[in-house]
Design a protein around this ligand. Structure first.
Ligand code: ZN
Ligand code: ZN
Length: 262
């Protein structure tokens, strides 16, 4: 199986960098080099001021062989997400794809997935309660109605903490909600470069999602163009062993399911 898409990328990295051909073209060059033909730019919503749809249009004109989707990763940042949601609403028709994610738990000044500092947020805590709280926030972002797909669904495991209660019971309500809203979830190789060293989401969560007919996008969460499609050979193997043969893509929020049977 050869994977052809990457639906989680950050051309701006971790700061506002206005979209330009100079910033974006290397992503297309890299996509072409590694055999991807459909990619989505999904910068963090706190950097929405850098997104320029006319630059994306110019990029599309210059590179007709690679589909470029305009997207954003909308999260639950207590400071910026209200403005982010408003921006998504205002630009909904120009966006192809919106990822929803949870980066904040009780502390509103530090993402819990900061490595290694964010691990301190788990110290002395009841891990089952942290998981419950995390997945409640996932349902909240899913309920905004502004999301096509949930990013790194079990990011809460990033530092290696595991709930005593099984993951089945802790995630049942969330998967039911995702299914009822007809949302997708992503298979993200980013987990393999984090302390947990495991795909997002876990094999068990993927099985539970498959049983509910939830579709998948595939993603690297690249913060540099050299990370695009990272570990996709390994991901293709994993998908083969789990029996996933379909990948979904988006155009103006409309989902298309593609058989991945090359
Ligand atoms: Zn994220
Ligand atoms: Zn991301």
């Amino acid at each position: 199986m050869k994977l052809f898409s990457d639906y989680h990328t950050h051309p701006q990295g971790h700061r506002v960098q206005r979209y330009s051909q100079k910033l974006l073209q290397p992503w297309i060059d890299q996509a072409r080099k590694i055999g991807l033909r459909d990619i989505a730019f999904t910068d963090h919503d706190r950097y929405h001021s850098g997104v320029d749809f006319s630059e994306i249009d110019r990029l599309r004109e210059k590179n007709p062989d690679v589909k470029v989707r305009a997207g954003i990763e909308l999260d639950n940042d207590p400071k910026s997400s209200a403005a982010g949601r408003k921006w998504v609403e205002q630009h909904w028709d120009k966006l192809d794809f919106v990822l929803g994610s949870v980066h904040f738990l009780e502390r509103d000044d530090q993402m819990f997935d900061t490595v290694p500092a964010g691990a301190a947020q788990f110290e002395g805590r009841n891990i089952d309660q942290v998981y419950e709280d995390y997945f409640r926030r996932v349902r909240e972002i899913a309920a905004t109605g502004l999301i096509d797909c949930l990013a790194h669904l079990d990011l809460v495991k990033i530092h290696g903490h595991r709930p005593a209660a099984g993951i089945d019971s802790i995630t049942a309500e969330t998967l039911e909600f995702v299914s009822s809203r007809a949302l997708a979830i992503e298979l993200s190789t980013a987990g393999w470069r984090k302390p947990v060293n495991e795909l997002y989401p876990s094999d068990r969560l993927i099985e539970l999602a498959m049983a509910k007919g939830i579709p998948f996008t595939i993603a690297s969460d690249a913060h540099s163009h050299v990370q695009l499609g990272e570990n996709f050979d390994r991901l293709a193997q994993k998908m083969g062993s789990l029996g996933i043969r379909e990948v979904c893509i988006y155009e103006r929020h409309k989902r298309q399911v593609i058989m991945n049977n090359e």
